[in-house]
Design a protein around this ligand. Sequence first.
Ligand code: PXG
Length: 465
Amino acid sequence: MTKPMAAADVAELRRMDLAHHLPAHTDYQIQQQLGGSRIIVRAEGSTIEDAEGKKLLDAMAGLWCVNVGYGRKELAQAAYDQMLELPFYNTFFKTATEPAVRLAHEISQRLGHGLTHVFFNNSGSESNDTAFRLVRHYWALQGQPKRQVFISRWNAYHGSTVAAASLGGMKMMHAQGNLPIPGIEHVMQPYWFGDGFGEEPESFGARAAAAVETRILEVGPDNVAAFIGEPVQGAGGVIIPPSGYWKKVEAICRKYGILLISDEVICGFGRLGRWFGFQHFGFKPDIVSMAKGLSSGYLPISATAVSAPIVETLRQKGGEFVHGYTYSGHPTAAAVALKNLQIISRERLVERVAEDAGPYLANALSRLNAHPLAGEVRSLGLIGAVEIVARKGTNQRFGGKEGQAGPVVRDACIRNGLMVRSIRDSIVMCPPLIFTHAEIDRLVDILERSMTEAASKLRAIPAAA
Ligand code: PXG
């Protein structure tokens, strides 16, 4: 990697960041107290580098998205070539572009299970907005316009637009802007460590699935349009449902004729060792949202996949679906995504996660079970979490309140050269699918050391009032 930026240039960038930039999901007072954001200037493989020349092992794959790692010249070349050929054209005027059509085909091949068609958007949030509008439109066409209600889970993350944040179950997000919008019901999440501790995991999973049925009956099955869920909740804290949960939820949806939406924005494209998370858990959704790993984050693009019977209804009874974005099927983004899928296939990254990197991560992390601060260590494929607890063998939190310990351990990790994210009191990880064994070992070494370093600070957290 090249030389760090001159100190004066870094200072100037941070000054401009404060003067003019509102970064995403940020407390602007903290941004100010810190004197601006950390400026990331370059990356290669699984390592990012900031303007001051500090290198960090990126165990978050950017923001759960850089599946093929950084520095892929082929992706830059694909964008360059497509920009010269046709940088942009829309899909509104009874038109399409070659990369968009080819990408739709490639995605549907990897989905299987009768998920034949895709609608393109630019982000995961938009993908879920599309699902939201498409589902209600579908039920209206089916002569069941009363089917309006979406059932989701507390602590789900489905994005940041009004519909997606409403579908999500983040109470802090709902508190801003008077969300959720009407017609969205939230039920318990299958978070065994937080909500089922001490209970047998399978029976807890069955209880969490039964909550979906209970709510359907309360709302009235004829009013329910769809259930939406992430196969593994990512931003909620890497919540891996107990086995049996998804098959039960699927059976409940089928029993009442409710559409099932799998939000694969994080789980898609190899994360769990299959192309899609639903394939790992063995259920069959009617609609699939995907983004992030679709282009490995090199350009913004997302897709909402739809099953053949839904498309049949749209065709038979349709009229125009009055929905779409200027950049739906953006040819440059689609060309990059196509190349990205080619790389994932060619390098057998999905198989690598299932057969090699995933088991290696699980095994390396299991060492942390012995650490006095580790309440639970969990992973599936290349996504994982370590729960930080105040007392070994319990799920008690430092200070008696969730969310105080996580940031302390996270900050120690970053100081020690490891980019991870803290969610409440979990340290979560979601590295690029190319993460080597040596990088996994380094991740676990730094995490272990950072937990040990953080311990005295954590023990000093006062008990909640
Ligand atoms: N669904 C899921 C499952 C996601 O993880 C979205 C939808 C929305 O995607 P866009 O592209 O609109 O951001 C996401 C995004 C975090 C964090 O705090 C997670 C996401 C986004 C921002 C922050 O971990 N996931």
